[in-house]
Design a protein around this ligand. Sequence first.
Ligand code: GDP
Ligand code: MG
Length: 390
Amino acid sequence: PATELERMPVSLLCLGVLIHHHYLTESIVPPEVRPKPAVPAKPPHVAAPSPTAPHGPSGLGGGFGVDRVPGLGHSGSGSTLLGYIGIDTIIEQMRKKTMKAGFDFNIMIVGHSGLGKSTLVNTLFKSQVSRWSSGWGGEHKIPKTVEIKAVSHVIEEGGVKMKLTVIDTPGFGDQINNENCWDPISKYINEQYEKFLKEEVNIARKKRIPDTRVHCCLYFISPTGHSLRQLDIEFMKHLSRVVNIIPVIAKSDTMTPDEKNEFKHRVRKELETHGIEYYPQNEFDDDMEDKNENDKIREAMPFAVVGSDKEFQVNGKRVLGRKTAWGVVEVENPNHCEFALLRDFLIRSHLQDLKEVTHNIHYETYRARRLNDNGGLHPISANNTQESNL
Ligand code: GDP
Ligand code: MG
């Protein structure tokens, strides 16, 4: 009869296969896993585990092949073998790495001037307002943007560092002739994809490519109460194919609740009529859980927001708000406006997904087109002055 030692790798292998199978088919692994030694002969490279085995517990990332089975340093009983392996610690391992590396988040704001774009971004990241570069927020008058400008800042919360870049665009649609006025914006977005691609195809590429790609474009809709402007439709139509667009209704405190609801409804209808796919796009829902969650969000969009950098005293609490004829509209009160909904969606529930859709869909589309046009991939170096290769 086989000794415990000889049986160990085989049972671990079987367990591995079962787990793998579980991942693939989502079948339920019976609680009592009693793998029979299905492999008659011990593969020659499965040696008795020794403390010096090359694959310690860290060999986890390499799949479930026999030679990847972590060598346990002792001949435990059967129950130890079939018990805890430690797969779930990968979450903690990832957490640590993310904490160390930090991450980039790039948000672009578009809409005609005076719609409260700068104010809203200041409100979103308000705890950091005092640390923004001077001239942005605070007591300063916010300057009118005349060119596309990216301002970055590292924000840290709970030990996690986020490099936030806000890309402010010049008052969109401020001109008399607004024909193709989305061109500079589209050009900017594509330039960031190009930058990333160049780094990616580099022979000596960086371990971590700096990510300047626009993860999210907040599009500000004027609170007219009527309908979308032709320009809004054109912009979103053109850009929704290259970037995650999140439409918001600006300065919603200027509408009554009834007007607001009716306007939201109408805007949603118009977006649908024109086939505009804003974020979170239906087609990228991963599963039913995703779909249900995102359906709720889509039904509530576009969020009607209010921004402010002024504090008021309400019931003894200091809140951000705007004074109106009816009283103080509290920015973070969900009964007053949908700022909190937008913030939770953008940062607390969908930030990672925004980054993933940008990378896996928008960037991937750009990349495929670019490499196709190029008739194949030519290696280029970062210092290559000839731009013709890519
Ligand atoms: P931007 O040109 O789109 O960046 O707009 P700003 O953020 O500079 O804001 C333009 C003006 O609108 C400022 O006087 C703001 O105080 C005001 N404002 C900003 N957000 C709101 C809002 O939600 N409601 C109202 N009523 N006014 C706002
Ligand atoms: Mg501004």
